[in-house]
Design a protein around this ligand. Sequence first.
Ligand SMILES: NC(=O)c1ccc[n+]([C@@H]2O[C@H](COP(=O)([O-])OP(=O)(O)OC[C@H]3O[C@@H](n4cnc5c(N)ncnc54)[C@H](O)[C@@H]3O)[C@@H](O)[C@H]2O)c1
Length: 255
Amino acid sequence: MARLAGRTALITGVGGGMGRAASLRFAAEGARIVGCDMDAATAEETARLVRDAGGEIAVTAPVDLGDAAAAAAWVEAGIGEAGDADILYNNASSPRFGAMDELSVEDWDHTMRNELDLVFYVSKAFWPHLKRRGGGVILNVGSIAGIRGVEFMAQNAHGAAKGGVLSLTQQLAAEGGRFGIRCVAVSPGFTVTPQTAWLVETGPQAFRDNIARIPLQRVGQPDDIVNAALFLASDEASWITGVNLVVDGGQSVLG
Ligand SMILES: NC(=O)c1ccc[n+]([C@@H]2O[C@H](COP(=O)([O-])OP(=O)(O)OC[C@H]3O[C@@H](n4cnc5c(N)ncnc54)[C@H](O)[C@@H]3O)[C@@H](O)[C@H]2O)c1
């Protein structure tokens, strides 16, 4: 039995590593995908891969979700075209990293805009629709950067933005429950995607030392994260809301 049969999922950042894996997997589980990305070429490639695998997907790109009006327009058009939507998978993000004395105000603003603001904009546009239809799921991608500080990565802005995403998840769960709206988060540890792969071989030594200590002895793959997301988005999780499911091979329990 397909676990998402008859469902429609709005997925942001479908051109990226996890967004592509999520689109393929959610479609394989029976969901119709409504995707977007800032990057038209990678988003179109994801659409092609999903269709080649027999899935259903509509993609709009480029869309800059850091622009509130553009985010709302994408949500409205996506729902209109699909007829309905009951899952929002807030996956897109674009962080900048820097130590406290190096991170510029512009880097901070860029990170807040493209990791936290966009989650609020898209969720806000989707919220009235969810209320009207009697519920659904908002699934946010957090990060273990949002739950701890580390010495091996200058994650000032990124950690603060993801901490905000996790906090928003709890509040939307509290506000949404009575409308049948669940809001949940999945927080990846280090996961190999096209943008992060270089870190495994040539990242800073302290970073590589840390991932070598991951209790489950390997870094994450996009499907590790998507498996957790699939569970949280499915009816198997119908009494789960407000949680942050950490998927990191145990990375975040290390001292
Ligand atoms: N890869 C990791 O190790 C890791 C760890 C923890 C959390 N995460 C989180 O997982 C999610 C996916 O990460 P990934 O590694 O697949 O990243 P990625 O960079 O491969 O994909 C992100 C996608 O989001 C799109 N995007 C960025 N800003 C956008 C905007 N303003 N409007 C529309 N699209 C936008 C990008 O174009 C890109 O295709 C992100 O939320 C990320 O913070 C990743």
